[in-house]
Design a binder for this molecule. Sequence first.
Ligand code: DAH
Length: 330
Amino acid sequence: MHQIINEIRESFDNDLKIVTSAEQLENLRIAYLGRKGKISQLFEDFKNLPNEEKRTVGKELNILKTTSQNKFDEMKEKLSEGSSNGNADIDLTLPGRKVEVGTKHILTQTLEEMRDIFRGLGFSVHEGPELESDHLNFEMLNFPADHPARDMQDTFFVNKDFLLRTHTSPVQIRLMSNQKPPLRAIMPGKVYRNEAISAKSYCLFHQVEGLYIDTDVTFAELKGTIVSFAQQFYGKDVKYRFRPSFFPFTEPSAEVDIWWEPANGKEGRWLEILGCGMVDPNVLENCGIDSEKYVGYAFGMGVERIAMLKYGVSDIRTFFDNDKRFLKQF
Ligand code: DAH
């Protein structure tokens, strides 16, 4: 009997070790401590023992029963703790975390819209460097050596020969020097001017340059392209005008204004959005293009101006402040 008690203790312990669920534990209880379980059975056998053995065996049996019951209770608690602990990490009453979705900067949106319109008109997209040579930024574009735009006040010079480009026009030169006509491309990018910062001007802004070179390009086509852009961007009823102007790299040249009416009911006025013209034959020749055979037009638009007009922004600096209250509106 002594030996059987030990065997049952061992097998109970072993069976308990592999219990992982409440269901398995309950089966174990029935198998050992239940009314017909192994330990209860031992108590039945006990009744038939001779009296002199009953004392010691009875003691052992009681110990087996109580320790087994204790181990069972302990395990039961462990299992239920485990499951309630798992839940304790999650407070289902907490409000969810709000995921903030960012938006594209209004200038990026404007640039993308402009790009899509010009793509629709048959223009491809090219880019050039922001650090540019004086040669490409001025000389190749037919700026005389003493032109005021070369003045230190307007240009951020890096050294005698290099500068931060003051316009996107040098990308025209790069394109015309590297590819053969016909050419039809827009060239978006950042430009820099060493100007006093105010609501109207900033040291950095964006331009979109346009260029079309072929054998029979006319000023009427230039006009048609600009008007088509303005109508797609601002709507069919947009009021515009072409004014004669001067640029060293175009002849004839013009500037285009858009009629702007402020939302507050104040009187409207003309606002300039771009410069344009027929590419000067000198510029074509500088790039190795035969000016007897080819002609072309070019234009350069200020992206901030174009966005200010469309969205009623009155201070150019707000584009660069990165104030979320401003950016969120678009
Ligand atoms: N580069 C000129 C500027 O920054 C804008 C411009 C005018 C570009 C006429 C052109 C053009 O391509 O034909 O003020």
